[in-house]
Every structure is written in structure tokens, then in C-alpha cells.
Design a protein around this ligand. Structure first.
Ligand SMILES: [Zn+2]
Length: 91
């Protein structure tokens, strides 16, 4: 069976399709994530077994919530099921 085609919804880079994450964005777009006032954000797992934490890149201060913006697109960041971080377009 042929894999569905999938591209990053923001920059159109070709990506592997995951049915669990139908709107996820690529790593280079995740690296451009900001809050609503364009402050850069970084995302981490809080421990070995997942968890989610967002911090401001400039101060390392914790940012509440999962919403971020990438090139004007509202997105939702969360821990990925297998570890790491996944960011999806917020519908
Ligand atoms: Zn992208």
C-alpha cells in the first residue's frame, strides 16, 4: 500500500505521514515557533518519559500553555507519543 503524501502545512517540505498527527509541522518550522508577541519559544519534555514544557528562548522562563505561532499560523505543541515534541497546526 502506498503511503499517503504529506507535506509540512507551513513550508511544504515533504514529510512522512502519521495518521496520529495529521497536521504536524516539520522540525525547521518548530524551530521558528513564537508566542503571540513574536518571542521565540522552545519546547522540551519534562523527563525521560515525556511530559511537555514550553520556555521562552531569551529568558528560559516558563511559558504557560501549548499554543504557539509559526509564521502567523496558530499551532499547538505537545509531547509526542514516542517521546520528543510534536507541533500541529491548530484547527
Ligand atoms: Zn515546515
Amino acid at each position: 500500500m502506498r503511503e499517503p503524501e504529506y507535506t509540512c502545512p507551513i513550508c511544504s517540505t515533504e514529510l512522512t505521514y502519521f495518521s496520529r498527527y495529521p497536521n504536524y509541522v516539520c522540525d525547521s518550522c518548530v524551530a521558528k515557533a513564537t508566542d503571540e508577541s513574536s518571542r521565540a519559544l522552545k519546547f522540551f519534555n519534562t523527563g525521560m518519559h515525556g511530559g511537555f514544557k514550553a520556555v521562552y528562548a531569551d529568558t528560559n522562563g516558563e511559558r504557560e500553555g501549548h499554543i504557539c505561532f509559526i509564521e502567523g499560523n496558530k499551532c499547538y505543541a505537545d509531547e509526542a507519543r514516542m517521546g520528543g515534541i510534536v507541533v500541529e497546526l491548530y484547527a
